[in-house]
Design a protein. Structure first.
Length: 371
């Protein structure tokens, strides 16, 4: 039936065709079937506007994702600033004490700029933060001087944990997908499910009780100082690293296994098996490259957790990181430090999700053309 429709379509002369294209250079308004009546060397060139609109889709998608990420960060800054303002208590009273007179409290609020309208303070804080100035702590020191060493400690802890967890989790996920349904897969799947179900603070306390209190192999507190050499710092960081490993390793391994197994039922994987390729080669050469997108997403989420979700682990082990600095700032009502720590956590989370989104798009070009 459709062949009769195509053949019954009148053939438009080439000159008429060219006149129509010059009048409206976009081919969308011309019947798609009419293009079949001309040889390739006689078909008119496509419009430059259309070529420009369709060129560099990955770059266009990347720019749009970056724009959405910046918009999300802007909304987060508004939420952060508003939430800090809603904290109970007076910051001036927290500094001066409960016995301070109303005149002294008013003078302190004027000195700190807390008596100005909220929108003006938000715009000034946002502009200064965009320039790298996160303000001054209530202690009189710049915020970056307060949280700079703490941020370095958090990045060291997160980097060591990620360097161990990411390749190990991907390897465990590939192994479970390769030997699906066997005893090793069942044991690892059950173990990772149990590890995911336990909250990180409980894992931290169990690890501390077993390895530090009962066996006395490791120190229970992870207090490190700049005067220590790296070996001693690493020795004191073993318990926090082990806790974070148990938390994120299970999540990444299970998602890696699920991503690979979802690809294993694809036609090209079945074709590779029919050609007689070994199962391990099929997993590594056919399934794994096509599962990079979901794996990159879960890895990025866990890396963001290592930056923004280590507050509990740092508090349990008294590790001098950004999370511990934020808890101390909340206790002392230090607005500038609270806002800076929350902004760092939010920027890290949005940034890693943006990277995962771009990797997913590059690894799967079908995402460039959403339905």
């Amino acid at each position: 039936m459709w062949k009769d429709q195509v053949l019954s379509e009148p053939v438009v002369p080439y000159e008429e065709r060219r006149r129509r294209i010059e009048a409206d250079p976009l081919p969308e308004n011309i019947g798609a079937q009419s293009w079949r009546h001309y040889p390739l060397h006689e078909q008119p060139a496509r419009s430059p506007r259309l070529m420009t609109r369709k060129s560099h889709p990955i770059l266009s998608m990347t720019v749009s994702r970056i724009g959405l990420g910046l918009l999300s960060l802007l909304i987060v800054t508004l939420v952060i600033f508003s939430s800090v303002e809603l904290l109970p208590g007076s910051y001036a009273t927290a500094i001066l004490g409960q016995n301070a007179t109303p005149e002294a409290v008013a003078a302190m609020e004027e000195q700190l700029g807390l008596n100005r309208p909220l929108p003006i303070r938000y715009v000034e804080w946002l502009g200064n933060a965009a320039m790298g100035d996160l303000g001054t702590s209530f202690s009189g020191r710049p915020v970056m001087a307060v949280i700079g060493p703490r941020l370095q400690n958090t990045l060291i802890l997160a980097s060591i944990t990620a360097a161990i967890a990411v390749p190990l989790a991907i390897g465990v996920g590939i192994f479970c997908a390769r030997y699906r349904g066997r005893l090793a897969d069942r044991f690892l799947s059950t173990s990772t499910l149990a590890a995911i179900s336990v909250p990180e603070f409980l894992v931290a306390y169990v690890v501390m009780v077993v390895l530090a209190v009962q066996l006395k192999w490791l120190p229970s507190m992870a207090g490190i100082r700049a005067s220590m050499d790296f070996g001693e710092q690493l020795y004191r960081m073993i318990l926090p690293i082990l806790t974070l490993l148990l938390v994120i390793l299970a999540h990444m391994a299970r998602n890696t296994r699920a991503a690979i197994l979802s690809v294993m039922s694809s036609p090209y994987v079945e074709m590779a098996r029919l050609k007689g390729q070994p199962e391990g080669r099929v997993v590594m050469r056919e399934a794994l490259p096509n599962a990079i997108g979901p794996i990159a997403s879960v890895v990025a989420l866990n890396l963001a957790y290592l930056i923004s979700g280590v507050v509990v682990v740092e508090v349990v082990f008294v590790y001098p990181g950004v999370g511990q600095a934020m808890i101390d700032a909340v206790r002392n009502r230090d607005i500038a430090v609270i806002q800076a720590c929350a902004l760092i956590f939010s920027a890290a989370y949005i940034g890693f999700n943006l990277i995962a989104d771009i990797i997913s798009i590059v690894s799967n070009p079908r995402l460039l053309h959403p339905r």
